[in-house]
Design a binder for this molecule. Structure first.
Ligand code: EPU
Length: 337
């Protein structure tokens, strides 16, 4: 176990921001993790997973602990389901592909989401009509105070839209070590109603799709409009889609009759932030080496060498402009560090 000094985090965050960690260590066993957590010489400790949901705006005067715990296996089965445990450091998409190779259904709509398994419950990742919570059985998390493992069942996690207990009540108190998923072995429940999936499957001329076909369709859609972080630095959706009251939406419609929305409840709707940002004129705008993606306005991009501070300033300008034009506040989805 070796702690490194002044390490660039450029390859550890999908935005590709080049800041330094004063101290850095990658841990691949639980024992290593608990030993590092007990080191008293490093009071500031910061956990790093896949680095896919963060914007780094400065050098980190901390011990950055990269969670690199690996492994995925079937831990239980019943007639219809497989219960699969994956370690926190497994790459999300590779894990989804492993499930599909085993013909386990449930995660296919979430193909190609960047990041690792261990951070997926924190923001209840989701795409194309499916969220992590739909297949989440439980997770094991290490209590940072007691260094004991605790189990969180689905209902314990208080999952919401890009939200969970790990972002609220117990923020920073636990490190997720592994996640158990409840997946179908046959009679898979396909979710193909999301507009883009239906048309993609038609385009692929597939009438009776398998879970593998749905995954291929999702991959094709994502590749067609979301930038590949390996080529262009980004953190996926930078903002959450705002939820507003029906009355506020009716008011919006008076000035913007074409404003899209998705129903949430009897009293609220979700408005796509991508539409607000595009309508405000930001889509495809570049500011030197950073900007707003030209195919999906929700995604801010680093074309190479951008500073986190610049991207943060752009995000604030977007928020302010959206508020001025539409009277709607949009909230960052990524964590700003
Ligand atoms: N739209 C625009 N302009 C844009 C982008 C979107 O007008 O530049 C409008 C269109 O009306 C479109 C609607 O927004 O019909 C919805 O767009 P899309 O289907 O691309 O979904 P989204 O709401 O923009 C959300 C998630 C994505 C996820 C997609 C598909 C959030 C914050 N984002 O985006 O998640 O892939 O749905 O399910 O909920 C992520 O979280 O990193 C992410 C990429």
């Amino acid at each position: 176990m070796r702690i490194q000094h002044n390490i660039s985090l450029k390859n550890y965050n999908t935005f590709g921001i080049d800041v330094k960690a004063r101290y850095f260590i990658s841990v691949s066993t639980l024992l290593e993790l608990t030993s590092v957590l007990q080191l008293e010489d490093y009071p500031n400790k910061l956990m790093l997973g896949g680095g896919s949901n963060m914007l780094l705006t400065k050098d980190l005067d901390a011990l950055v602990i990269h969670i690199n715990l690996k492994g995925a296996k079937i831990i239980n089965e019943d007639a219809n389901h497989a219960f699969v445990r994956a370690s926190a450091g497994e790459n999300w998409h590779e894990f989804v592909l492993w499930c599909l190779d085993n013909n386990f259904g449930g995660l296919e709509n979430m193909s190609l989401i960047p990041g690792n398994v261990g951070t997926s419950p924190i923001q209840n990742i989701g795409a194309y009509g499916v969220e992590l919570k739909d297949n989440f059985e439980s997770c094991e998390a290490l209590n940072r105070d007691t260094l004991e493992m605790e189990v969180f069942k689905n209902e314990d996690c208080h999952f919401g839209y890009r939200n969970s207990i790990f972002k609220n009540e117990v923020k920073g108190k636990y490190i997720i070590i592994s996640v158990v998923f409840k997946l179908t072995k046959h009679t898979h429940q396909l979710h193909t109603n999301y507009g883009a999936i239906t048309s993609q499957l038609e385009y692929m001329q597939i009438e009776n799709p398998t879970i593998q076909d749905v995954s291929h369709a999702v991959i094709a859609i994502r590749q067609s409009k979301l930038p590949d972080p390996k080529k262009i630095g980004n953190s996926g959706s930078f903002f959450k889609n705002p939820v507003i009251s029906i009355e506020a939406f009716e008011q919006l419609k008076q000035n913007f009759p074409k404003a899209p929305s998705y129903p949430i409840s009897d009293s609220e709707v979700k408005v796509p932030a991508g539409w607000l940002i595009e309508t405000a004129g930001f889509k495809g705008k570049t500011f030197g080496n950073y900007g707003v993606h030209n195919l999906q306005a929700l995604v801010l991009v680093n074309y190479g060498g951008a500073k986190g501070q610049d991207i943060l300033a752009l995000s604030k300008l977007i928020q302010k402009t959206i508020y001025r034009i539409f009277n709607i506040s949009i909230e960052a989805e990524v964590n700003i560090l």
